[in-house]
Design a protein around this ligand. Structure first.
Ligand code: URP
Ligand code: ZN
Ligand code: ZN
Length: 466
């Protein structure tokens, strides 16, 4: 007698999409069976006409964060929104400016306590490293042992005290090779960004429409090459967050073609939106770094996903209050950067990606679940439908229509980059470790269901790009 049976669905496994029944015992998948196999379960969910995919893994979210403005999502509301969008695991950061100055281990412990008992889906953290002191380097091993084997560094944000120079990047990377961790890098050239910004401000050009010029493609393209070079020299794999520019995609493609283990992430907003939006009256709501770019960049990102040289799609969700965003009307430097996408990530990938014929269903599962699990030390516990894996499952109704709107989403902010967009195909049931979280358009899961995930990365599995 199983606890739960997901019957008659089209199940997406690593090798095929097949009609199958998924049986769940406790928190784990017990087996994937041919339809018609006599199985008994305490509860059966009929998945006829639906795809059954592994729960989404969003490797880049910012909840409950103080960073040039406060994110509105708490760990509770952010993970509820994630669950509505078919995401059952999130990886946040130890980033919070109120914790700055504390040793990284202490920052991690505080962030973990913030999330524990509040998050409704499983969660982990990337440790943010903002200096190369002996104390910081000395704690990397302890963080890895504590289940935090990924380390975020920013090559920009000098004013916020997050910027690291090349010496720090390189010494952290070398240490990560020894202790078994992966660098996760925001790649924009700070000197170029700062000087472009200063020039625009001196010219009195400070409106949201001027914003993209403050962070030109060259800043992204130069920095990604430099960071990949440093990672190659240090002998570590590297994960590059929120790639926005075609030139950066091409740099990743070339490095991977030479065998370098570089894993590139993009986000729904970079795939689907363009810089024309900065000229709208609400252009300030789109201020994020890097900025939105052009349709040609959108196309290159889709090509990178379909072709296999971009590895993941994350949301980079940072739900900034509209008032904090509106400060960007006076000067783009005053708007808190970030976009809201944790709930829309998987639906948009399905609708604009799979249904629109840009990527296959299996590729969607790879970039939204399997690859983040493999890169960040969660595979095969997460990211795959297989016996023994956590029963994190999402049922997608490929015909379900929805108009995206702040009224129907669960975002805690009163703007959506996709307001009024028509969606076809939606997650309709979300299950985390065998517990149904979302069903019939309602959150039905227990409070605080999410658990901290102790992640372990075996660097030998990341020697080759995938
Ligand atoms: O603009 C962005 N991306 N905001 C969030 C912070 C970051 O750089 O990831
Ligand atoms: Zn960033
Ligand atoms: Zn971010």
């Amino acid at each position: 007698m199983f606890d739960l049976l997901i019957a008659n669905g089209q199940v997406v496994t690593p090798t095929q999409v097949l009609a199958a029944d998924v049986a769940i015992e406790g928190e784990r998948i017990a087996g994937v069976f041919q339809p018609g196999t006599p199985l008994e379960a305490r509860r059966t969910i009929d998945a006829r006409g639906r795809y059954v995919v592994p729960g989404g893994i969003d490797a880049h979210v910012h909840f409950d964060m103080e960073f040039m403005g406060k994110s509105k999502h708490t760990f509770e509301s952010g993970t509820i929104a994630a669950a509505f969008g078919g995401t059952t695991t999130v990886i946040d950061f130890t980033l919070d400016l109120s914790l700055q100055g504390l040793p990284p281990l202490e920052q991690f412990e505080r962030r973990r306590r913030q999330a524990e008992g509040r998050a409704v889906v499983d969660f982990g953290f990337h440790s943010v490293i903002s200096d190369g002191s002996d104390e910081t380097l000395g704690q990397l091993e302890q963080l890895v042992a504590a289940g935090v084997p990924s380390f975020k560094m920013f090559t920009v944000y000098r004013e916020a005290g997050l910027y690291v120079n090349d010496a720090t990047l390189y010494s952290v990377m070398r240490r990560l090779r020894e202790v078994g961790g992966i660098p996760v890098v925001h790649t924009e050239n700070a000197d170029i960004v700062d000087s472009c910004t200063a020039r625009l401000l001196a010219q009195g050009r400070r409106s949201p429409a001027d914003y993209p010029e403050s962070r030109p493609v060259v800043a992204e393209a130069e920095c990604i090459r430099r960071v990949m070079f440093l990672a190659k020299s240090a002998g570590v794999p590297v994960y590059i967050v929120h790639i926005a520019a075609a030139e950066a995609v091409e740099a990743v493609r070339r490095a991977r073609a030479e065998g370098q283990p570089v894993f590139g992430e993009t986000c729904p907003h970079y795939l689907l939106l363009t810089e024309a939006l900065y000229r709208r009256p609400d252009g300030y709501t789109f201020i994020m770094s890097p900025p939105l770019r052009t349709e040609a960049d959108n196309a290159a990102l889709w090509e990178g996903l379909a072709g296999g040289w971009l590895s993941t799609v994350s949301s980079d969700d940072n739900s900034i209050d509209v008032e904090d965003k509106r400060a960007g009307l006076e000067s783009f430097t005053r708007a808190s950067p970030g976009c809201v996408d944790v709930e829309t990530r998987l639906p948009l990938l399905f609708s604009a990606g799979v249904r629109a014929g840009r990527i296959s269903l299996q590729r969607m599962v790879e970039v939204a679940a399997t690859n983040p699990a493999r890169i960040f030390g969660l595979y095969p516990r997460k990211g795959v439908i297989a016996p023994g894996s956590d029963a994190d499952l999402v049922l997608i109704d490929p015909e379900r229509r929805q108009t995206l709107s702040v009224d129907s989403l669960h975002m805690q902010v009163h703007y959506s980059p996709y307001e009024g967009w028509e969606q076809v195909g939606l997650p309709v049931v979300t299950i985390s470790r065998g517990t149904v979280l979302v069903e019939d358009g309602a959150f039905v899961g227990p409070a605080g269901h999410g658990r901290f995930l102790e992640r372990r990365i075996d660097l030998s599995t990341l020697r080759q790009p995938f």
